[in-house]
Write a protein that binds this ligand. Structure first.
Ligand code: ZN
Length: 351
């Protein structure tokens, strides 16, 4: 099989011909049709996040089970599947209390600690394959269906975690990116009014196309726009947004968001490189602000997201397609921050 391998951090992909993996006990192998490419993966490739090298990355797939190992039940050859991103134990208190994303025996990430899906086939613990629900049009839109497991499921979880209600105003920092663009779609589905915050006209135009009600540019005269809090208040009758969802989570975006949100506002942290920020505790007290971390989602939330797409409630936004062999081009664009929406590698076709 073809596989795009990263030999060590900071090096380009190498196209390799490898044997098709064989499933061991409790494992399954799937043929990959499409795989999403996002900034989380680029952080690993560049060496900013940990991974086990040499490495095949990728987890946002539409795939078909091609072989199952001994002891696997509930999954068979021919099943259409996607991948749950986290390697979890299924038995610890977190896993059994509906917070498997916080598994106490966390084994890492598909495509980081074990090989992922930038390849013709992917082998994983069978429980990491989730069967696609009936009615999901995966043959006609495999790229869109494949990214649901992260690019829709992560925003879908944020809706609950930040208690977003119809009529709430939600600011999205990084709204033109792979997750941010799909957060716009998901927040609109939830009935929110959306303010997209990102850099540059192209990303903000995309945000508007996807349904953003207002846009705010973080760039001004080649520098960061110090007026973002004022601009956010100006489009919210002086109150500020009830919820701010920050896919950038840099020091600047965090402090800007906290300075912008309404009384009782919620700031949601996703992604980012672990920046340190400053805030006055009095702000949290006097304005009853909430700081909320939101980390991926549960299997149930992935299934809920897939069902939304099957029901036609949301169609994920995929902005760019690449061949498997062009993964390096996709990742160069991710590194430069110029990919519009989610990028997808088209690896095999249904015929
Ligand atoms: Zn667990």
């Amino acid at each position: 099989m073809r596989a795009m391998v990263v030999e060590k951090p900071g090096t380009p992909f190498v196209l390799k011909e490898l044997p098709v993996p064989e499933p061991g006990p409790g494992e399954a192998v799937a043929k990959v049709y499409t795989c999403g490419a996002g900034l989380t993966l680029q952080h690993v490739k560049a060496g900013r996040s940990a991974g086990k090298f040499p490495l095949i990355m990728g987890h946002e797939v539409t795939a078909i089970i091609s072989a199952v190992g001994a002891g696997v039940s509930g999954l068979k050859e021919g099943d259409a599947v996607t991948i749950y991103f986290y390697l979890t134990c299924g038995t610890c208190p977190s896993c059994t209390s509906g917070r498997e994303n916080l598994c106490d025996n966390f084994g890492g990430f598909v495509g980081r600690q074990v090989d992922g899906a930038y390849a013709d086939y992917v082998k994983l613990p069978a429980r990491n394959f989730l069967k696609l629900p009936d009615g999901l049009n995966y043959r006609q839109m495999p790229g869109e269906v494949g990214v649901v497991t992260d690019a829709i499921a992560t925003p879908y979880k944020v809706i609950r975690r930040a208690r977003i209600q119809p009529g709430d105003t939600v600011a999205i920092f990084g709204a033109g990116g792979g997750l941010g663009s799909n957060m716009i779609l998901t927040a609109k589905w939830a009935g929110a009014r959306v303010i997209a915050v990102d850099r540059g006209k192209d990303k903000l135009d995309l945000a508007r196309q996807l349904g953003a009600d207002e846009v705010v540019d973080v760039l001004h005269n080649d520098g960061l726009n110090a007026d973002v809090p004022d601009q956010l208040r100006a489009v919210t009758d002086g109150r500020g947004p009830e919820v701010s969802i920050d896919f950038v989570s840099s020091k600047w975006t965090t402090e800007t968001s906290l300075a912008s949100i309404a009384k009782g506002g919620r700031h949601v942290v996703l992604g980012g490189g672990g920046d340190v920020f400053s805030a006055k505790t009095a702000e949290f007290l006097n304005r009853e602000l909430e700081l909320i971390g939101s980390r991926y989602c549960t299997r149930e939330q992935v299934m809920g997201s897939l069902q939304l797409v099957a029901d036609g409630e949301i169609t994920p936004y995929v902005g760019e397609h690449f061949r498997l062999e062009d993964a390096e081009i996709a990742h160069e664009r991710l590194e430069q921050g110029i990919v519009m929406g989610r990028a997808v590698l088209d690896i095999n076709s249904f015929d």
